[in-house]
Design a binder for this molecule. Structure first.
Ligand code: PLP
Length: 433
C-alpha cells in the first residue's frame, strides 16, 4: 500500500516501519527524523548479491554506492552483508575505513580526485581507483611511484548511451563531465598511454549510465558496448582486463507512477548480455561489478516531520509547512524529485485535496512536493515522506543554521540512533570569533 513492503498500519491507524510505530518514534526522538529499516536494507543487499550468484555464478561483486547514504553504521552493515563499496571522496574513504570496511573491496570514483584524496586512498589500501582523465592518471602513477606500489585502476568510460532519465542524473553520453569517450577514440588512446606507465595496472573498465533508470535495456546496451571495447583492447592494444563494472542507477518507486523492475532483473539482463558477448567474441567472462546506491537504500528510509502550519490560499493552493525541508531533503528543489507522503498519525484516511508540502527554509523553492493529493492535515500531525533513504541525509546541509537531523535504524525489535542529531554547539564548533 505505501510503496514499500515494510510499511504497515497498526490498530491506532499509525504508520508502522518494521515493528515500530512512527508516531512514537517521532515523539521519542523529535523531528525531523530519518528512520531506516535495517532489516529491509539488509534484505535488499542480499537480493542483489543473490542475483549475481544466480545469474552469473557468483563471479562478481555488488558495491554499495556510499554517496547515497554514508555513515559508519551503514558501512558496517554493508561489510557484514558481503558487499564492496563505491566511494567518491576522501570523506567517504575515511568514514568507511574508520568503520573497519575491507578496503580491498573498495572502488574510488570521482571526476576530480585531489592528490590528498589519492594519497589517502592508497594509504588506506583501496583496491581500485576508477580513473576519470589523463591528469588524474599521471597523478595516480606519481603517487603510486612515491609509495612504491602498483595501483590497480579502471577507466570510467562514456559508452554513449541514452539512459532515458533526468538531464542532471544522466551520465553515459559524450557531453558529460565524467570519464573518457569511446566514439572519438579518447578511451582507446588513454588505455594505450596507461599501459606504458610503470605504477599503473589496468584491471578493468567501468561505466555508469545514469540514475533512476526503469528499463533494463540500457544496461544491456551498455554491457554490449563495453564488451566490444574489452575485445578491442585485447585485439588492438594487447590489453587484457579482468573487471567489467557496469555502475548503478537502478530505479525505485517514489510514487505510484513509478514501476521499477526487481533488482535481480537488471542484473539478469546485463549478465546474459555479457555472457552472450563473451561467447561471440571468444573472451573470458569478466568479473562483473554493479554499484547500486539508491535502489539498495532509498526504499528502507522514511523521514518524519511535524506539521507547524497549514496555509490555505483560496483559489491558489494550500501550503502545509513542516519542520524540515531542503536542509534535510534537497531533491525537490534540485530536480523536482517525486515523493509520496503519509499522515503518520492517521495513516488510512480519505483523500481531501491537493496540497503543497513546504519546508521551513528561506527559499520559495524549498518544497518537498507540490499538488499532492492528501487527506486532511492538521497542525501537530506527523508527516512521513517515503523512500528517503538515499540522497537525503547524504545531501543534507546546515542552511539557515539548522542542525542536521538524526537517523534511527530499526531492526527487529531493536532501535538505535546511528547518527546523532546535531546541536547548536556543533554548528559553531568550527567558527573562529
Ligand atoms: C551515483 C553513482 C552510482 C550509484 O547510483 P544510484 O543511482 O544511486 O544507484 C554508482 N556509480 C557511480 C559511478 C555513480 O556516480
Amino acid at each position: 500500500m505505501f510503496n514499500s513492503e515494510n510499511l504497515t498500519v497498526n490498530q491506532d491507524n499509525h504508520l508502522v516501519i518494521g515493528n515500530f510505530d512512527t508516531v512514537e518514534l517521532a515523539r521519542e526522538y523529535g523531528t525531523p527524523l530519518y528512520v531506516l529499516d535495517e532489516d529491509l536494507f539488509r534484505k535488499t543487499c542480499r537480493e542483489f548479491k543473490e542475483a549475481i550468484d544466480t545469474y552469473y555464478d557468483g563471479n562478481g561483486l555488488v558495491l554499495y554506492a556510499n554517496k547515497a547514504l554514508c555513515t559508519m553504521h551503514i558501512s558496517k552493515v554493508t561489510a557484514e552483508e558481503g558487499l564492496g563499496a563505491d566511494v567518491v571522496s576522501g570523506g567517504e574513504i575515511y568514514t568507511i575505513h574508520k568503520a573497519g570496511f575491507p578496503m580491498e573491496k573498495v572502488f574510488f570514483h570521482g571526476n576530480n580526485k585531489t592528490r590528498a584524496e589519492i594519497e589517502l586512498a592508497i594509504n588506506c589500501g583501496v583496491g581500485h581507483l576508477v580513473v576519470d582523465n589523463r591528469f588524474e592518471l599521471d597523478l595516480i602513477n606519481e603517487v603510486a611511484k612515491e609509495k612504491g606500489i602498483v595501483q590497480r585502476i579502471l577507466f570510467r568510460i562514456k559508452p554513449g548511451i541514452d539512459a532515458h532519465t533526468h538531464d542532471f542524473i544522466k551520465t553515459g553520453q559524450i557531453d558529460s563531465k565524467f570519464g573518457v569517450a569511446l566514439e572519438n577514440g579518447e578511451a582507446a588512446e588513454i588505455h594505450q598511454y596507461a599501459s606504458t606507465l610503470s605504477n599503473i595496472k589496468i584491471d578493468g573498465v567501468h561505466c555508469h549510465i545514469g540514475s533512476q533508470i526503469f528499463d533494463n535495456e540500457p544496461f544491456s546496451e551498455a554491457a554490449r558496448v563495453m564488451m566490444d571495447f574489452i575485445a578491442e583492447l585485447k585485439q588492438k592494444l594487447n590489453i587484457k582486463v579482468n573487471i567489467l563494472n557496469l555502475g548503478g542507477g537502478f530505479g525505485i518507486k517514489y510514487s505510484s507512477d513509478d514501476d521499477p523492475l526487481p533488482a535481480a532483473e537488471y542484473i539478469k539482463r546485463a549478465a546474459e548480455t555479457v555472457k552472450q558477448c563473451a561467447a561471440e567474441k571468444g573472451l573470458e567472462l569478466p568479473y562483473l561489478v554493479f554499484e547500486p546506491g539508491r535502489s539498495l537504500v532509498a526504499p528502507s528510509g522514511i523521514t518524519l516531520y511535524t506539521v507547524g502550519c497549514v496555509k490555505e490560499i483560496e483559489n491558489v493552493r494550500t501550503y502545509v509547512s513542516i519542520d524540515g525541508g531542503m536542509g534535510d531533503n534537497p531533491r525537490y528543489i534540485l530536480y523536482g524529485a517525486k515523493y509520496s507522503a503519509v499522515v503518520a498519525n492517521r495513516a488510512i484516511a480519505e483523500p481531501k485535496g491537493p496540497v503543497t508540502i513546504a519546508g521551513k527554509y528561506c527559499e520559495s523553492g524549498d518544497l518537498i512536493q507540490e499538488h499532492i493529493l492528501m487527506p486532511e492535515i492538521k497542525v501537530g500531525d506527523t508527516l512521513a515522506i517515503l523512500a528517503t533513504g538515499a540522497y537525503n541525509y547524504s545531501m543534507a546541509s546546515n542552511y539557515n543554521r539548522i542542525p542536521r537531523a538524526s537517523i534511527v535504524a530499526v531492526r527487529g525489535n531493536e532501535k538505535k540512533v546511528i547518527v546523532k542529531r546535531e546541536t547548536y554547539d556543533d554548528l559553531i564548533k568550527n567558527d573562529v570569533l
